[in-house]
Design a protein around this ligand. Sequence first.
Ligand code: PHE
Length: 490
Amino acid sequence: MAQERQQYQDLILKLLDEKQEIPTTDGLTIPVDGKAKPINQLEFLGMVEYESLVTEKWELTAEGKEISETGSHEARVFNAIPAGSEGISIPEITKIVGNAAKFGQGAAFKAKWISKTSTGNIVRAVDSITDQSQIDLTLIKNTGAHPDASVIAALKKRKLISPLKVTFYKVTKGIKFSTVIVKEETDITAEMLLSGAWKNATFKKYNFEAVGAPPSRGHLHPLLKVRDEFKQIFFEMGFSEMPTNKYVESSFWNFDALFQPQQHPARDAHDTFFLSEPAVCHDLPGEYLERVKKVHSQGGYGSIGYNYNWDIKEAQKMVLRTHTTAISSNLLYQLAQQKEFKPVKWFSIDRVFRNETLDATHLAEFHQIEGVIADRNVTMGDLIGVLHGFCKKLGMEKLRFKPAYNPYTEPSMEIFAWHEGLNKWVEIGNSGMFRPEMLLPMGLPEDVRVIAWGLSTERPTMIKYGLNNIRELFGHKLDLEMVARNPICR
Ligand code: PHE
């Protein structure tokens, strides 16, 4: 290709040197794809100037091509008849030339190439024929044109040729015309400066039109892109973000403050990662701790509690937080310590850890999205309404709720959304109203209700990016190309 281009450029320069001007490049002997490019290059170097000439040419249709290769129908009929014989029957001709027999026969009769004998056979009426259609079509095939306009009109009418626009160029000398293409320097080098060669060198012009090479850069992981989408939705709805920047939490905030009994199976080492260093937390709020102890062991605030011996040692155990609700409980306690209660709308999106059996849809760590609203007298109706508003912004219009159980919410609801693509209901999260046994020991006013919900980031991300295995999304099997390729998705 590069060599052909060079040959073409040399030819152009040679012709210009001889004749000053090339009126059209039509007919130049070297065929090059996209001839504009080599001429364009010469123009860029200032060696030539050019003008585009759009020319009407003709090309053969499929039928035209067939005729230029195998002859016209009438010629084929003529050729099918053996010379000097008693002729052959029409069915025999059809056997030899197929579909061409029908039109070919008529045309051959008209041209007086063939005639019929008394027996009904067809014989040759002349010794030889000139197949003018084939000759004309072959000429057009090779040159794109025919000197006789009436021939063009007739062939066009027979749908054997069709018009074709081709661009040629009128080329003239440019100000830097020369018959040799000089190598242009792209950079001025130390050697050129030392030797003085820069004085005679030709420098390549800057091409300000050129598209730059894409710079290498980092790419956001799909989970981060989806996190940003969620953040945006929460911000639009007037929520502010909770500080979740710690993975280690005491069992107290992760479980006890949430009225989750100390024997609860979730607090087992099978489900929770316990830390060995630091193994215990000494920084728990004293008075509140006593109230939590009391509500677990004896009840209060209208509850009978769980009736067991609450042990501070259990609450002090450090864990990798199993849900972001550990942050919510801590912040709700801080909210309760303010002099005057002010309603809040909070959200968080961050990583949590569970001692899971790993499979295609479970890892030991994932990301949770949590929304919390605390206000006087909010109801389950508010929760359902907020969830509808929230999910609508995610493109999920149809929701269903199913009663569920959480130690810290009552009532609790699982959230299902209708997935148009999968054509089924998919579980998207969990929600509920925090229990008085959780809120009242914190010191929140009695009429303050807190509604909350939680989702995972992984599930919507996998659905949106079409991934079936969570290991393709997170962990050492992650394909970095996938991260680079995938656009933001809505
Ligand atoms: N913490 C719950 C979970 O881990 C989610 C949730 C949050 C449920 C808030 C109710 C209220 O699944």
